[in-house]
Write a protein that binds this ligand. Structure first.
Ligand SMILES: Nc1ncnc2c1ncn2[C@@H]1O[C@H](COP(=O)(O)OP(=O)(O)OP(=O)(O)O)[C@@H](O)[C@H]1O
Ligand SMILES: [Mg+2]
Length: 222
């Protein structure tokens, strides 16, 4: 079974003169445990494609199947729970909550799934330690380096054991060394736990790590 299957998926924004086909008839199958890199110039539809895969956007046309489940017609009300249980997101801008410490940023996901306080704390700290952040558990994001913030974001994305991890330009705000460390950690952990990973980037240094590289141009997957 594929972790993700796009069947002829299109996403159109706006109307009339402002109409943009951000993703144009995309077909895509991502296997379990596979690391796929999607590359393409600015405005080619990368973030839109990832948002569709992560059920943050609904397609205008086509079908999206997540872990064998056709989520295309799901109501907005059902989607947050689908996201919470199936998908981990890593964003370019980290998206950590600034008033919560590293461990609290990770724990919050576990609270949302109903884990009790004690278990959540244990699982979150183990995950952060695995990512080399054992000494940073109680730091606020403002006291962390960019690479550390992105590792907290990776811990948060993986802590719920999602089948699929989606990363939108995860190295764009990092210097090249911490960028490489972050991507290596993300893909190593994903491989170890047999997760599918889709990374969107125009960072050519990531190329060596991916199982497959796809290009996106004007919304078309090549
Ligand atoms: N919410 C929206 N409303 C209208 N148009 C949008 C919206 N989101 C994206 N678009 C348009 O869709 C196209 C693809 O945008 P998208 O953000 O997916 O590109 P991208 O490849 O991620 O670009 P970048 O490399 O700059 O992040 C662009 O032309 C953009 O202007
Ligand atoms: Mg983008």
């Amino acid at each position: 079974m594929n972790a993700l299957h796009f069947k002829n998926v299109s996403k159109v924004f706006g109307e009339g003169d402002a109409r943009v086909t951000a993703v144009n008839e995309a077909d895509l199958e991502v296997a379990q445990g596979e690391v796929v890199l999607i590359m393409g110039p600015a405005g080619s539809g990368k973030t839109t494609l990832l948002s569709l895969a992560g059920c943050l956007l609904k397609p205008t046309r086509g079908q999206i199947i997540l872990n064998g489940q056709d989520v295309t017609g799901y109501s907005e009300k059902r989607l947050p729970d689908i996201r919470l249980r199936n998908i981990g997101f890593v964003f370019q801008s980290f998206n950590l909550l600034s008033s919560l410490t590293a461990i609290e940023n990770v724990e919050i996901v576990l609270h949302l799934t109903g884990k009790n306080w004690r278990d959540a704390r244990k699982v979150a700290s183990e995950k952060l330690e695995e990512l080399g952040l054992g000494k940073r558990l109680h730091f606020l994001p403002s006291k962390l380096s960019g690479g550390e913030k992105q590792r907290v974001a990776i811990a948060r994305a993986l802590v719920n054991d999602p089948a699929m991890v989606l990363a939108d330009e995860p190295t764009a705000n990092l210097d090249s060394r911490s960028g490489q460390v972050v991507v290596k950690l993300l893909t190593d952990m994903a491989k170890k736990q047999h997760k599918s990973v889709i990374i969107v980037s125009h960072d050519s240094r990531i190329q060596g790590i991916a199982d497959r590289i796809l290009r996106l141009e004007d919304g078309k997957l090549l």
